[in-house]
Design a protein around this ligand. Sequence first.
Ligand code: OAD
Length: 236
Amino acid sequence: MNAVREWLKRASSVAILTGAGVSAESGVPTFRGNNGLWRQRRAEDLATPDAFARDPQLVWEWYNWRRAVLAEAKPNPGHYALAELEKRSSNFTLITQNVDGLHELAGSDNVLRLHGSIWRVRCLECGQERFDRRIPFPEIPPKCECGGMLRPGVVWFGEALPQDVWLAAEKAARSADLFLVVGTSAVVYPAAGLAQIAKSSGARVVEINIAETQLSDQIDEFLQGPSGELLPQLIA
Ligand code: OAD
């Protein structure tokens, strides 16, 4: 921990990648592991264009449930520590795979959302995308004013990431002196590849997770523990 604190102090450019684990202490279920299942289904079986085409009702019920859980969730000390770090740093990029909006609620200003937002919807007919916090929706699947079916404003497996967001994330990983990977199983690409990009561009890479991942033995330091405890310690 002390070495990482020193690196953080000396870094002129810091980039962070977060995953579902950073929100776990806010009561938000992660995707993988035993708590990750919803009605015995895995995220990979629900978060796909095929699953939505086959059964939009089922996929929307899952998102509706997640939106209801998230509406009650509050940022935890890990989210607040990252928001504080942004304020203190001149060159700081927060990249998240999370769609929950908790970083923004904690006060992080510039969040690169690789996988979109669960609080946005997009019409399959007219293409309009907008913010939508209705819980529950009056009907499932919800409809646009034009009559078309809405879909969640998130990125599904097999879909491309928003190009501008990805390019900004890649640039931040390339130019970072310190790259911190927090609460992600690091198995979903291209997001997981950002740590390798940072490493091969010369950054120190540090991981915070309650359990080892495939990244853990390829990086400079693995800090084991809950991010809601370790992140505040790191910036203290
Ligand atoms: P996962 O559910 O795959 O991984 C969560 C990670 O957080 C695991 O490595 C846990 O060990 C760790 N973890 C759990 N609690 C923690 C805590 N309190 N502190 C620190 N770490 C903790 O979630 P992601 O890696 O975010 O994509 O999943 C990546 C993507 O797969 C998601 O964005 C989503 C999902 O399916 C799409 O929907 C496209």
